[in-house]
Design a protein around this ligand. Sequence first.
Ligand SMILES: *[C@@H]1O[C@H](CO)[C@@H](O)[C@H](O)[C@H]1NC(C)=O
Ligand SMILES: *[C@@H]1O[C@H](CO)[C@@H](O)[C@H](O)[C@H]1NC(C)=O
Ligand SMILES: *[C@@H]1O[C@H](CO)[C@@H](O)[C@H](O)[C@H]1NC(C)=O
Ligand SMILES: *[C@@H]1O[C@H](CO)[C@@H](O)[C@H](O)[C@H]1NC(C)=O
Ligand SMILES: *[C@@H]1O[C@H](CO)[C@@H](O)[C@H](O)[C@H]1NC(C)=O
Ligand SMILES: *[C@@H]1O[C@H](CO)[C@@H](O)[C@H](O)[C@H]1NC(C)=O
Ligand SMILES: *[C@@H]1O[C@H](CO)[C@@H](O)[C@H](O)[C@H]1NC(C)=O
Ligand SMILES: *[C@@H]1O[C@H](CO)[C@@H](O)[C@H](O)[C@H]1NC(C)=O
Length: 771
Amino acid sequence: MAPPTQFFLFMCFLFGIVLVFGESDNYIVHMDTTVMPNIYSDHHSWYSTMVDSALASSKADGTPFPSNSKLIYSYHHAIQGFSAHLSPGELEAIRNSPGYVSSVRDMPVKLDTTHSFQFLGLTYKSGAWPASNYGRDVIIGLVDTGIWPESSSFNDSGMSEIPARWKGGCHQAGFQFNGSVCNKKLIGARYFNKGIVAKTPKLILKLNSTRDTNGHGTHTSSTAAGNYVKGASFFGYAPGTARGMAPRARIAMYKALWPEGGFESDIIAAIDQAISDGVDVLSISLGTDVKALHLDPVAIATYAAIEKGIFVTTSAGNDGPYGATLHNGTPWVITVAAGDLDRNFGGVITLGNGVQVEGMSIFPGNPLFPRTPMVFMGLCNDTAALSRVRRKIVVCEDNGNMLRHQISYTQTANISCSIFITNGLDIERYLMNPLPAMVLETKAGKVIKDYISGASGKRKPKASVEFKHTVIGGGRPAPRVASYSSRGPSPSCPFVLKPDVLAPGTLILAAWSQNSPTAFLGSKDLYSKYNLVSGTSMSTPHVAGVAALLKAARPKWSPAAIRSAIMTTSYLNDSTGRPIEDLGANHVGTPATPLAMGAGHINPNKALNPGLVYDATMEDYNNLLCGLNYTAKEIQTITRSSSSTTICSNPTLDLNYPSFMALFDFSKTTTREFHRTLTNVGEDSASYRATVTPVKGYNVTVEPKVLVFKKKFQKLSYKLTIKGPTGGGKVEQVAWGYVTWTDFHGKYEVKSPIVATTDRIESLGPTRKAN
Ligand SMILES: *[C@@H]1O[C@H](CO)[C@@H](O)[C@H](O)[C@H]1NC(C)=O
Ligand SMILES: *[C@@H]1O[C@H](CO)[C@@H](O)[C@H](O)[C@H]1NC(C)=O
Ligand SMILES: *[C@@H]1O[C@H](CO)[C@@H](O)[C@H](O)[C@H]1NC(C)=O
Ligand SMILES: *[C@@H]1O[C@H](CO)[C@@H](O)[C@H](O)[C@H]1NC(C)=O
Ligand SMILES: *[C@@H]1O[C@H](CO)[C@@H](O)[C@H](O)[C@H]1NC(C)=O
Ligand SMILES: *[C@@H]1O[C@H](CO)[C@@H](O)[C@H](O)[C@H]1NC(C)=O
Ligand SMILES: *[C@@H]1O[C@H](CO)[C@@H](O)[C@H](O)[C@H]1NC(C)=O
Ligand SMILES: *[C@@H]1O[C@H](CO)[C@@H](O)[C@H](O)[C@H]1NC(C)=O
């Protein structure tokens, strides 16, 4: 390791080089197309002429080095404008060109890295599957790492002909990929690499085509809409028939993430193409950590998608359990958090006295440890001592934060079988180890410790260990919010509660690519057709699949109506009837707040019949942008309509959203008012009554308390008022409750979370720095 001074000099050296050659970089440039001179036949020729003349004028300025500036992409739908590789002088020339709105540097983006359908209550008999014909003909586009088309999950058996309205295709050939791999399930495949190539000129992409480079995109697409595949499992774990949430929906893959990196210019191009091809649902399991909406390419491009009626689902991110770590906290998309399933993977430890104990593991091998000597090694932090017992079953006990280290110590010592006892909640990430290992909760661990300390003399402690058991149900509460799932509030718009919903994301079984190992056995790579993976990347396509079912069953609903249906029908209690727990908390049983799980856990069958929905139009989103005090140019960057037509006549922070987020100063009692409009999507005549669960330290009232609908699609409004805090200094940072509209027949419950917080939000405000 280099001492700090050397490191510092090295940094200066690098920086020096950058300065000498001029800081050329990729830029995304937003344009006002209404001022395009008539001489141009299309936007593309306008943009390329502009870039060419910027090149010429900056050379005339005397730029010393030859420039490699060029137009990367012209965008048509996702944004109005283009991306180009520009020197500072060229960027300056572009900024002085007519029609220029704004520009940002092209930044990297980050990937949010069989049973889940049963857990969600989907059945053949009734509910969202039959009602939607399993998502028939709905097209789900995914922006991801590519796809492994040969996977059985993308077999098109049972699929009808491709709808005539589909404008996309699989014509773009590339490395190990051509149109012949597409079918009636996989109907679109494109890749976008011009941005990353412009960033890194000598780059050679290892897998320069839509073929999946690392399995992620194959996993997300098969989770959303994979076909039925019998006998899928991960080395024997989670065995059964694999299928996506919407098994009859179609898939279009837009690859814009490469193992070599991923850049915004390519992501925008992918979304641009998906909009133009005519996808119905867009699933985006990636994000940027840009805070301001007008600088966030995903926020900008998805605004255009929503405008076209495309439902957009995005991942909250994997930076939990800390607050305000969420990305994609964009008011027009659905932002998905991740939870676990009622399923344990592991094995059985049979002690010498015949007592059996269950442990957790997804170890891929099947080693047998028949009646093997067992030893308790406490903290397991002495590798020399561990090496002396390496042929035994070694039992370790965590003191709170040792587990990670214990795993590495036992691996260094090459222990043939390790058992880790821990009271930690966040253990899912420790289940995959290259050597045989199991993780036990304290209670099960005590059985083993007691047995070892009781065994004496000739009856030395022994145990037999078996792997590859899958236990469904098992009595533990499920779902629980995963520790890694990013938490709200949304740094880009704290006035809208985010995330929106919780969906399965932990240890999800779905298809994988055959060029990327799924496990390690000792030092050997193992491959499998299905992989167990965790992340909000995995929960996001679950919601894409559910949205596809709703689109098929309710074709007239807007993206906001579908989002509302998914949110207001979600559930709050786990399989044991208690409030859903937060695995990121310090104590077992801590309930998850709406800042961790949004409105609750998705419930697809109920989402089909929500009774009432909170709808929102593009105008509502524009009024919110005005309320957030974005400038006319910033709003134009997002809405793509020229500044003269963007009039902030009705600025407001009060979006017609299915949840409530109220910010308070802890030292001052104030009143916050929200106005909401409900649309009746149930029976013609229906009456609803509001109930409010108490929000600790606040007084919440609803006016009126009864809404009487006379017609289907009728809209009625109400006002919700939150007064507080009234705790006299002892206010909780995050207080929450729910407002529920229940119809008089008890058929529908339309539930919205209410969060009141005294957390300091100023630090979360948009960072306004554009180029
Ligand atoms: C697709 O599935 C059908 C029915 O299970 C099977 O007959 C066919 O061989 C599969 N096709 C491919 C390419 O695997
Ligand atoms: C297309 O790809 C398939 C499978 O990779 C291959 O068998 C076939 O020869 C390719 N066709 C063309 C025209 O390149
Ligand atoms: C990617 O493939 C295309 C066409 O197949 C080729 O023109 C291009 O040079 C390749 N780019 C990289 C970075 O490998
Ligand atoms: C193991 O941890 C304990 C408690 O922290 C410490 O006292 C001991 O010195 C450690 N042993 C080694 C070998 O590091
Ligand atoms: C670890 O132990 C196994 C047998 O238990 C042996 O085959 C392997 O070579 C050992 N690995 C190392 C790195 O010592
Ligand atoms: C959910 O749990 C809460 C708190 O324990 C309880 O009051 C409520 O009745 C439960 N709701 C359902 C639907 O079980
Ligand atoms: C927007 O500006 C107005 C007027 O300066 C101010 O009162 C309001 O608090 C600002 N809103 C936000 C969200 O910053
Ligand atoms: C809450 O506000 C209502 C209306 O202002 C009032 O009638 C009620 O007493 C208040 N409740 C509490 C607990 O402060």
